[in-house]
Design a protein around this ligand. Structure first.
Ligand code: MCA
Ligand code: AMP
Length: 487
């Protein structure tokens, strides 16, 4: 048999009859995936960019593999995107068509686009028109990510970054084709899509997607042969909460080869509760949409709660002072911004040369905005982030400015400020501080949450509403967020 996916999944040919993807009752072997994705790739043709309606389903994985085979960049869309967010992403990325699961309506914003239904049962000849042709520096994905202000930016991720990061993780985690991964992450972000789908495929292993995360689902799969679990801290928090009353879950975690958390910090309390109940330590890795993965606790290293481990092979990482001076100390105390350089990085923000230029230093390091210290043995410990206007909730990065702009479009809102406050389940929860247009009839939390969910996305909706007579402002008229008390 000729190579199935020569550039991106070299191990696939040897694994032709082994399971590659499983979503619920439906699954595909590598040979079946090659046929299904090859068929869809043939229908993509020479499109400039393709959108993927990224539901947590088999079709999404096949669609992205098809785009990679065709050598055409894919733009995964959150199927719960509100109209404003969707319109922005479509006008910015200008896809030629949208790949979607058959059936089901797409929102009106997509009406003008050609729709290509993904047929996961297609068993035609394997066609890989662009997999060999596309170069390592060519774009593979455009993933939208929030900044502090304005609408989300499209991070252009080259093919080289995907292969580099996945091979570095294979080294750090001793990740092989024998591994079976289980997760319930969304497929429109790097964590679920790159690590969670393309990762197993690159190794010739398999992934079982839960459709929707639950501790029970994770336990079921780990007790039925899965070896690895990926999740955001909220998922591990829910596991830690469920463990005391669930011996099956404890057994499942105890038997796993690797439990990995990422996208936000996993609180030490949850680390310890899981370790106490299962004898197993969750390991953390640190990444970003723009950089893919930068550091990890290694499978053969010492697991240490509260750290994200050591730089991955090929990643240059430094901590710098405000003025850019590198910090040499590895004393566990000297705090600096993390900057990274390596083949794992994105190339640019689509249509945003200004933002791209601002994101890099003169010597090609990417400014992550994350603040950290380094322990004497090189372990990185993230202690905060530079921007107060970025919120991490449930592992999603959310810009305060984007929500403020949406809130200001509500007729009941005169002024708005958005902050994040600590939340044991979500890490941070979104708080809306509102000066109502009519103090006698202020808008309700539900009304504002629905407004934001419908415009942007449900995970960006405020969970708390605080009404004020005025917002605290400095002499320049700038809102002083630090004066907004969470008490
Ligand atoms: C509630 N819902 C609403 C509203 N209120 N829908 C519309 N309007 C409303 N007003 C719906 C939600 O859409 C959702 O629908 C359900 O109610 C529950 O919502 P929510 O509370 O937000 O969900 P949750 O169950 O609390 O979600 C927790 C979660 C989720 C599952 C952990 O936050 C999650 O999947 N996080 C993963 C984030 C992630 O992958 N981040 C990676 C980016 P329904 O019931 O239909 O779902 S970071 C990254 O990629 C970098 C590289 C890295 O390092 O990893
Ligand atoms: P995103 O922009 O959504 O890709 O999120 C990237 C951000 O998530 C990083 O800049 C970090 O702030 C955060 N992050 C990812 N992994 C971790 C981790 N293991 N611990 C702490 N923060 C993390």
């Amino acid at each position: 048999m000729s190579s199935l996916f020569p550039a991106l999944a070299p191990a696939a040919t040897a694994a032709a009859d082994r399971p590659a993807l499983r979503f619920g009752e439906r699954s595909l072997t590598y040979a079946e995936l090659a046929a299904a994705a090859g068929g869809t790739a043939g229908r993509i043709g020479a499109a400039g960019r393709v959108a993927v309606w990224a539901t947590p389903a088999l079709e999404t994985a096949v669609a992205v593999v098809a785009a990679l085979l065709a050598g055409v960049p894919a733009v995964p869309l959150n199927p719960k995107s509100g109209d404003k967010e969707l319109a922005h992403i479509l006008s910015d990325s200008e896809p030629s068509l949208v790949l979607a699961a058959p059936g089901g309506e797409l929102p009106p914003a997509l009406a003008g686009l050609e729709r290509v239904d993904v047929d996961v049962d297609a068993r035609g000849p394997v066609r890989a028109p662009g997999d060999d042709r596309a170069g390592a520096g060519d774009p593979a994905l455009v993933v939208y990510t929030s900044g502090t202000t304005g609408p989300p930016k499209g991070a252009v991720i080259p093919r080289r970054a995907l292969t580099t990061t996945l091979d570095a993780l294979a080294d750090a985690w001793a990740w092989t084709g024998d591994d079976v991964l289980v997760h319930g992450l969304p497929l429109f972000h790097v964590h679920g899509l790159v690590l969670g789908v393309l990762g197993p495929l690159r190794r010739g292993g398999s992934v079982r997607h839960l459709g929707r995360f639950s501790p029970e689902g994770a336990a079921r799969e780990l007790n039925a042969g899965a070896t690895m679990l990926f999740g955001v801290p909220t998922m591990y928090h829910r596991i830690a909460e469920a463990l005391p009353g669930d011996p099956e879950l404890a057994k499942a975690l105890a038997g796993a080869r690797l439990l990995v958390s990422g996208s936000a910090a996993l609180p030490v309390h949850d680390h310890e509760r899981i370790a106490a109940a299962t004898g197993r330590r969750v390991i953390e890795r640190y990444g970003m949409t723009e950089t893919l993965m930068n550091t990890s606790v290694r499978a053969d290293g010492e697991p240490r709660a509260g750290t994200v481990g050591v730089p991955l092979p090929g990643v240059e990482l430094r901590l710098v002072e405000d003025d850019g001076t590198p910090i040499a100390e590895t004393d566990g105390e000297s705090v600096g911004e993390i900057q990274v350089r390596g083949a794992n990085l994105f190339t640019e923000y689509l249509n945003r040369p200004d933002a791209t230029a601002a994101a890099f230093t003169g010597d090609g390091f990417f400014r992550t905005g994350d603040m950290a210290v380094r322990d004497p043995d090189g372990y990185v410990r993230i202690v905060g982030r530079k921007a107060t206007d970025l919120i991490k909730s449930g592992g999603y990065k959310i810009g305060a400015g984007e929500i403020e702009n949406a809130l200001l479009e509500h007729p009941g809102v005169r002024e708005a400020a958005v902050t994040g406050e600590p939340d044991p389940d979500l890490g941070e929860r979104i708080v809306a501080w509102i000066v109502p247009a009519d103090p006698a009839a202020p808008p309700s939390l539900d009304a504002l949450a629905d407004h934001v969910a419908g415009r942007l996305a449900p995970h960006k909706r405020p969970r708390v509403l605080r009404l004020l007579d005025t917002l605290p402002r400095n002499d320049m008229g700038k809102i002083m967020k630090r004066a907004l008390s969470h008490d």
